[in-house]
Design a binder for this molecule. Structure first.
Ligand code: GLN
Length: 189
């Protein structure tokens, strides 16, 4: 069972991707629900709002415990920001579950949102992947233990360290199921 953190943002779209893969999912709104799932998708949204909601629902320690027991987590966009080791523009707190530094809203006002084509290189032959970026963060530093799974231009846009997977764009808004399929494999059906 895969959980989708339903505090804020476009969590419903992730549910549709999992439906398309015939994988059961449930929206997680309270920390105690983490014990009912085997992997968690941390959707995009607005990271400052997510921080406030995580504070009021006391999600920080339970999420760290969930990851510490080896459960896979997949963060997209603001979800990636929350999972990162450190955050800039401006600095803000994060869970520190993957050794990357991210810069928020890094693609500038002119290109607030854009669709691009990147290269997905995680399963065998590298191939092109549609990517939708919305006020996206950029991975500014990739730690030694972190694998780059996809790039767009000069940027690494999908990274993995152990059981933590992150993407700076919104795969759930495209029709390509590659990332969700990859995450489902990490969780194990
Ligand atoms: N700009 C948002 C932030 O910094 C992230 C945007 C998104 O998740 N699409 O929190």
């Amino acid at each position: 069972m895969i959980g989708i953190l339903g505090l804020q943002g476009d969590y419903a779209a992730h549910g549709k991707m999992l439906d398309a893969l015939a994988v059961e999912s449930r929206v997680v709104k309270k920390p105690e629900q983490l014990s009912t799932i085997d992997g968690l998708i941390f959707p995009g949204g607005e990271s400052t709002t997510l921080i406030k909601l995580m504070d009021s629902w006391e999600f920080w320690a339970p999420l760290r415990d969930f990851a510490a027991t080896g459960n896979p987590i997949f963060g997209t966009c603001a979800g990636m920001i929350l999972l990162a080791q450190s955050v800039s523009n401006p600095p803000q707190k994060s869970l520190g579950l993957i050794d990357i530094d991210v810069e928020r809203n890094s693609y500038g006002r002119q290109v607030d949102s854009f669709e691009g084509t990147g290269v997905w290189a995680a399963d065998g032959q590298p191939r092109s992947l549609p990517m939708i970026f919305i006020r996206a963060p950029r991975i500014a530093r990739l730690g030694d233990g972190v694998a780059a799974l996809a790039t767009c231009g000069d940027d690494v846009v999908v990274a993995r360290q152990g059981q933590v997977l992150v993407a700076s764009f919104h795969p759930e808004l495209t029709s390509d199921l590659s990332l969700h399929r990859y995450f489902v494999d990490m969780v194990g059906r």
